[in-house]
Design a protein around this ligand. Structure first.
Ligand code: HEM
Length: 149
């Protein structure tokens, strides 16, 4: 049975690991929720990335909830996210330049909202996932070697 422990601030399938990550990074569900909301506020105003999201997302609250669960899983290992990001990105009109812009806004927001250790923790993971999403997007497009420049 999955255990949900109340001593951790984030309900987690791995409460001890989550509590340790929270202590080391200063991140918790509330901080990640604030990060996600602030980040997508910037994304929506961005002249390059904003229109790509606007064309696909009508109802923002469920997307923001999903992204908070995603970051809870990625940063705190809570297992809250059950989804498949790759198919949602394959077919988007994006290349590595779009991912670089996404990362730049994410880093800026994380630096504003998180502790230095927390920002470093999420940015490192965002960069890694961005590279793998870019690989999947370019690979599906059949352009040969993905554009990692
Ligand atoms: C150029 C950069 C990116 C663009 C334009 C983009 C765009 C989008 C869009 C439009 C959706 C909603 C898709 C839908 O519901 O049909 C989405 C979902 C999502 N994105 Fe991205 N994205 C980008 C980068 C990233 C990165 C770097 C990450 C992770 C670090 C990420 C994680 C996710 C996740 C977890 C979802 C939710 C998938 C689900 O439905 O479970 N995205 N993205």
């Amino acid at each position: 049975m999955t255990s949900i422990q109340t001593s951790s601030r984030s309900p987690s399938a791995r409460p001890e690991i989550t509590a340790d990550l929270e202590a080391r990074t200063g991140l918790d569900e509330a901080v990640l929720r604030e990060l996600v909301h602030a980040f997508y506020d910037k994304i929506r105003k961005d002249p390059v990335l904003g229109p790509i999201f606007a064309a696909r997302i009508d109802d923002w609250p469920p997307h923001l909830e999903r992204m908070t669960a995603f970051w809870s899983s990625v940063a705190l290992m809570t297992g809250r996210y059950h989804g498949a990001p790759v198919p949602k990105h394959v077919g988007l009109p994006i290349d590595w330049g779009h991912f670089e812009r996404w990362i730049m806004l994410f880093r800026e927001t994380a630096t504003e909202i998180c502790t230095p250790a927390g920002a470093a923790h999420v940015v490192e993971r965002a960069e890694r996932i961005a590279r793998s999403l870019n690989f999947a997007v370019q690979d599906a497009r059949g352009t040969g070697i993905p554009n990692l420049a």
